[in-house]
Design a protein around this ligand. Structure first.
Ligand SMILES: [Fe+2]
Length: 222
């Protein structure tokens, strides 16, 4: 993905952004006609309307925030800051989500070993990840496997909305459980969508994110 916000700790020092409201919409990182069990129509709609909508709204909010002065009522500024967080996280999580799709669903030996160390076995991790996803069926939210920079542990987290990600962590695998991610293809059958998600997982990207997070954790410790 082109957006540097998923570039992680390797991206260097704090970036400068003198022009708010200029976040680009990253293209889908895979051919949407080739995924198993997720239609091109669904994927394009999700990308254009939900992800693209979040980016556009974030840009608008940033433009409004640039106009805030010391005389702006605090409740107006607070409302914009709340929307900034929601749209920013929606943008980032959607880019991570699309970035961990488009694969063959087969994990390599290194990421299998990491998950087995963390959860006892790959099967146990998958069991808990799927169950966390099903807890959001009929509702909305995200399921995130992340690497925590403080504990250096892997955890699967539930997020009821865009603003409940775990502190001090790098998402490694992100599953969108908002109904817009599957309703067009599966109606309310969320379990079938989770099956399709697993069939199309891009495990190499998950492993790459883990390696980068581990390097960053080591750098933080020095
Ligand atoms: Fe979504």
């Amino acid at each position: 993905m082109a957006n540097p916000n998923v570039g992680g700790p390797d991206a260097g020092p704090v970036a400068t952004d003198p022009t708010p409201g200029k976040h680009p919409i990253a293209p889908l990182p895979f051919d949407p006609t080739r995924l198993k069990g997720l239609s091109e129509k669904l994927l394009r709609s999700h990308h254009e309307n939900n992800y693209g909508g979040a980016v556009k709204n974030l840009n608008k909010v940033e433009e409004e925030l640039a106009r805030v002065t010391k005389d702006t009522p605090a409740f107006l500024a607070g409302g914009l800051k709340e929307r900034e967080l929601v749209f920013n996280n929606s943008m980032v999580l959607h880019e991570l989500y699309f970035g961990n799709l488009g694969g063959d669903g087969k994990p390599g030996s290194a990421i299998q070993a990491a998950l087995s160390r963390a959860f006892g076995s790959l099967a146990r991790w998958e069991e808990l990840f799927r169950l966390t996803g099903m807890s959001l069926a009929g509702g909305s939210g995200w399921v995130v496997l992340d690497y925590n920079f403080q504990s250096r542990q892997l955890r699967t987290h539930w997020s009821g909305n865009h603003s409940q990600t775990a502190a001090s962590s790098q998402p490694l695998l992100v599953m969108d459980m908002y109904e817009h991610a599957y309703q067009m293809d599966y109606g309310a059958a969320a379990a079938k969508y989770i099956d399709a998600f697993f069939q199309n997982m891009q495990w190499d990207e998950v492993h790459r994110r883990l390696e980068r997070a581990e390097r960053a954790a080591s750098a933080l410790a020095t």
